[in-house]
Design a protein around this ligand. Structure first.
Ligand code: BGP
Length: 473
């Protein structure tokens, strides 16, 4: 045992994140139908306990109380997303909604006045349904509508936002819509997914280009879900399988959005299997090259463990990255059984080192990391506070590796937990709770968890005591 205080920089960003669709609720500003509302109206049974995003955490009506809770839980920064459907309530285009502008300006002003920096994200899985109907991210019209939305946000909120983000986890909707069936409109067609990927990257670059016109003090970047990929063994077959999985899931968006170039090895594979996007121009490639992320958010939940394929591929199966590998269930792994994700805190260090060594040590921060737990009421004390020691331990274990990464020269400036107050988790609705603050689903009453108290103290004291003998390099 070697307990010592882990000191984080004085201006380290302590905070958390959530998104519009997961936390705001519809409110009364008028709002276009989103893809999540559409999907729910078509297939409510796909959502845990049939709960939709209609009300969620009701942040729209309670944002002042919520900003006060941010302060009480040690936030000096917080990531929201701006709802495209609220800003453009006709169909994601047309005239901008003055009431939406009022709402976001009031929220961001309240945050700034309470010492909470605004990290604003423009797209967190919430496409206006009418734009999905004309092709979603497979359509150039949708890119134009997105850039118009982004431009409007820079103009209306540029004075209040600290840093901007074009997308949260752009890989998520591609995987969910085109490969794994967890995201509307559940298309299942890899090649179309590649086109949507290309247009997502183009939309990111065009939004960065629009941001540069305003000469704001803020940076603009992207938030990616990244998992370091580990082969089952050092056998060449396992190593190769891990390498290819890494190309598809990590290098795809990372290279394109941070370096402005598509990974050459990945392109070779796509060509070989006739999976290249069809609609690509030289002008697109130039915009992508010239407008790259200036800051990078790293969402880290679990490692990716991979082994060589054991079984043959069916000729009738849709092309998929899984033609090249299988997931490896590592014996002895530690699991968050509620979510089905492995807990491996050392992975956050490997991820930071990858960005340091292969992406020019671009300014970065941990933009999501967290632990969803079901039935947290079990852990409530007689005063109604959730005593979530497991979450405190989870945060400490991950932050300790972030601290180590900073000691080793990684340009990591903050840590944002997923999430602030328990919020709606897409198809899992309120099954797993992630917050520093618990939410009573009936009354919407908020109560700070034990982890919220820990987070406040850590942020005030710029760190916490930890047994550094637990850190393995
Ligand atoms: C990330 C998303 C978040 C959030 C989180 C937890 O991938 O960016 O929106 O939901 O994961 O995952 P889940 O809600 O599916 O448990």
């Amino acid at each position: 045992m070697n307990i010592k205080k882990l000191n984080f920089p004085k201006d380290f960003w302590w905070g958390s994140a959530w998104s519009a669709e997961q936390a705001e609720g519809r409110g009364n500003t008028g709002k276009a139908e989103t893809n999540w509302e559409r999907w729910y109206s078509l297939e409510p049974s796909r959502f845990y306990k049939h709960i939709s995003s209609e009300v969620t955490t009701d942040h729209f009506n309670r944002y002042k109380e919520d900003v006060s809770l941010m302060k009480q839980t040690g936030h000096n920064s917080f990531r929201v997303s701006i709802s495209w459907a609220r800003m453009f309530p006709e169909d994601g285009r047309g005239s901008v909604n003055p009431e939406a502008i009022d709402f976001y300006r009031s929220l961001f002003t309240e945050m700034n006045e309470n010492g909470v920096k605004v990290f604003a994200n423009l797209y967190h899985f919430d496409m206006p349904a009418a734009l999905q109907d004309i092709g979603g991210w497979e359509s150039r019209e949708v890119i134009d509508a997105y850039v118009n939305f982004a431009d409007t946000c820079f103009k209306e909120f540029g004075d209040l936002v600290f840093h901007w983000f074009t997308f949260n986890e752009p890989l998520g909707p591609i995987l969910g819509s085109y490969m794994e069936d967890f995201h509307y409109p559940n298309i299942m067609d890899f090649k179309r997914g590649v086109q949507a990927t290309f247009f997502t990257v183009l939309a990111h670059a065009k939004a960065i280009e629009a941001h540069s016109k305003y000469n704001l003090g803020s940076k603009i970047g992207v938030i990616l879900n990244l998992s370091p990929t580990f082969p089952r063994s050092n056998q060449p077959e396992d190593v190769k399988a891990a390498h290819i999985a890494d190309l598809f899931y990590t290098r795809s968006f990372l290279d394109a959005m941070v370096k402005g170039e598509f990974n050459k090895e990945l392109i070779e594979i796509l060509k070989e299997y006739d999976q290249m996007p069809i609609d690509v121009t030289d002008a697109d490639l130039k915009v992508i090259k010239d407008n790259t992320a200036q800051i990078l958010g790293l969402n880290y939940y679990e490692p990716r463990r991979v082994k060589a394929r054991m079984t043959a591929i069916s000729n009738n199966a849709m092309f998929s990255p899984e033609w090249f590998f299988e997931h490896h269930v590592m014996p002895g792994r530690r699991m968050n059984e509620y979510r089905g994700w492995e807990i491996y805190e050392r992975g956050i260090y490997d991820l930071c080192v990858d960005i340091r060594d292969n992406y020019g040590n671009i300014e970065s921060f941990i933009s999501e990391n967290g632990m969803g737990v079901a039935n947290e009421e079990r852990f409530m004390d007689e005063k109604g506070q959730v005593i979530d020691d497991y979450r405190i331990e989870y945060i400490q274990d991950h932050l300790a590796y972030v601290w180590l990464a900073i000691q080793d020269g990684c340009n990591i400036n903050g840590y944002h937990l997923w999430t602030f107050i328990d919020c709606w988790s897409w198809i899992n609705s309120y099954k797993n709770r992630y917050g520093l603050v618990s939410l009573n689903l009936e009354t919407k009453e908020r109560t700070i968890k034990k982890s919220g108290e820990f987070y406040f103290k850590a942020s005030q004291e710029h760190g916490f005591e930890y047994d550094v003998d637990l850190l393995v390099k």
